[in-house]
Write a protein that binds this ligand. Structure first.
Ligand code: BGP
Length: 477
């Protein structure tokens, strides 16, 4: 007997901008991902003012799924996937974001892709916005700092819900909407909300405002989606990294709890339809001057999501200090501590399979809605053996241990889990570094950090292993 229910969704996850390429094909406009250069392990990606000649923009060509989807979908079918998570590049549908009419060539592209996936019995799982805002909306409206962008997003969502209502059932509104919360670095604010912060601005106020407009846009989209097709399952998507206290000192324990409340306040807004009490109080105590109307609060309550999609890669540890307020925890106040009990990836990400069970239980207790693990995986350098094969046992180990914890959460803890789509099932451009060599895939793509390679696809050892896992519905790990 297998722990996972019949119809459990076994898939793989990617995002349009990290794998499609074809950045100007079929009338596509420039997105925020298109104006970011590659960085390296230490340096975050550079945000340029538009596309500048001579720069290295890794998302422009990515791994060229745009021209190879037929071949790639066949590989996903061979792997045994019954679902596939990707995003719709907003700029294929509305190249500038504020046009009256959508771009038919862009709509047609996703018709073809979804038809191809469905012909293999692979259900598309679609994120509406995965770090892919049209760059024009940044230049003209300041990204999500403008209430006008709600209308543009809602129009985009309405057009694609309507067009694909018979092809796509599972949707998510914004990828890792909470990345911007508390991190307060340039990259996270730009990728999530298209925000470019001026030196004299209160970053926190700008972030709260932008995140609020996104939450309202998400709630409106949920309502419209359900009207278009009542069978739609529309989720939020948050980045989950449990935060543990460094010691049993109650101050550390409370600090960890407050950091969790901070990091997941947008899940409260999207799942419960309201801001948590501590944050409403925080807004009152600070003169942020936020534009949060009573009508907005009604919209949030009426547009609650059906499920929580989340990414899980690693956990974190925090400690309290005497002089800091136990208030909303922003970057600089998070005091991250190294977890001496865990191993780390080459990029310093803690490997914590039990943290996934913890996360599933935390979400399940707090929100009582179905959960969907829509990203999980091990970014690593892969070595090609002399015979051309990649024996990625480290990736198999990582996935095996995480799936095992996921099994315990379902079987022992009674968590309602819809599915599991490991991140970057096919090697793609890393969001954090813009490079290729941080690989997650069970399918290798011949392309290096310099953009060189044939783009040929090949199966790693993890491909055969994951195929076996899916065939046994998670029994044979
Ligand atoms: C998540 C994003 C993805 C993805 C993944 C891995 O934050 O939703 O887009 O890339 O993390 O991160 P990275 O590519 O930086 O290793």
């Amino acid at each position: 007997m297998t722990a996972f229910p019949k119809g459990f969704l076994w898939g793989g996850a990617v995002a349009a901008h990290q794998f499609e390429g074809g950045w100007q094909a079929g009338g596509k406009g420039v997105s925020i991902a298109d104006v970011m250069t590659a960085g390296d392990n230490e340096t975050k990606r550079r945000i340029t003012d538009g596309v500048q000649s001579g720069e290295n923009y890794p998302n422009h060509d990515a791994i060229d799924y745009y021209h190879r989807y037929h071949e790639d979908d066949q590989l996903f079918a061979d792997l045994g996937l019954n679902c596939f998570r990707t995003s719709i590049a907003w700029t294929r549908i509305f190249p500038n974001g504020d046009e009256e009419q959508p771009n038919e060539a862009g709509l047609k592209f996703y018709d073809d892709v979804f038809d191809d996936l469905l012909s293999h019995q692979i259900e598309p799982v679609i994120t509406l916005s995965h770090f892919e805002m049209p760059y024009h909306l940044v230049k003209k409206y300041g990204g999500w700092r403008s209430r006008k962008v709600i209308d543009f997003f809602v129009k985009f969502a309405t057009v694609v819900f309507d067009r694909y209502k018979d092809k796509v059932k599972y949707w998510m509104t914004f990828n890792e909407i909470n990345n911007q919360v508390g991190m307060m670095n340039e990259w996270s604010l730009f990728t999530n909300s298209g925000l470019l912060i001026k030196p004299d601005e209160d970053k926190e106020a700008v972030m709260f405002q932008a995140a609020h407009y996104e939450a309202v846009a998400s709630a409106l989209a949920v309502q419209i989606g359900h009207r278009i097709n009542p069978d739609f399952q529309i989720g939020c998507m948050v980045a989950m990294g449990p935060v543990y206290p460094a010691t049993p000192n109650p101050n550390d324990v409370f600090k960890a709890e407050r950091t969790m409340q901070t990091n997941y306040y947008l899940a409260d807004v999207q799942v419960k339809g309201k801001y948590p009490a501590f944050l409403d109080r925080y807004f009152d105590r600070h003169a942020f001057n936020l534009d949060i109307t009573l009508e907005d609060r009604d919209v949030l309550l009426a547009g609650k999501v059906d499920y929580i999609g989340f990414s899980y890669y690693a956990s974190h540890v925090t400690e309290a200090s005497q002089d800091e307020p136990t208030d909303f925890i922003t970057m600089g106040h998070n005091r991250e501590v190294k977890n001496s009990t865990l191993q780390r990836s080459d990029w310093g990400w803690e490997i914590d399979p039990v943290g996934l069970r913890y996360a599933l239980n935390w979400f399940s207790d707090r929100y009582e809605v179905p959960l969907f693990i829509v990203e999980n995986g091990f970014g690593a350098f892969d070595k090609i053996n002399q015979d051309g094969h990649i024996q990625d046992d480290y990736r198999i180990d990582y996935l095996r241990q995480h799936i095992n914890q996921m099994r315990l959460a379902v079987e022992v803890d009674g968590v309602k889990l819809m599915g599991y789509t490991p991140w970057g099932i096919i090697d793609l451009v890393s969001a954090g570094t813009g490079q290729m060599e941080k690989r997650y895939g069970v399918i290798y793509v011949d392309k290096d950090d310099q953009g060189k390679g044939t783009l040929a696809r090949s199966k790693k050892a993890s491909f055969d292993w994951f195929q076996k896992v899916i065939r046994s519905n998670g029994d044979d790990l």
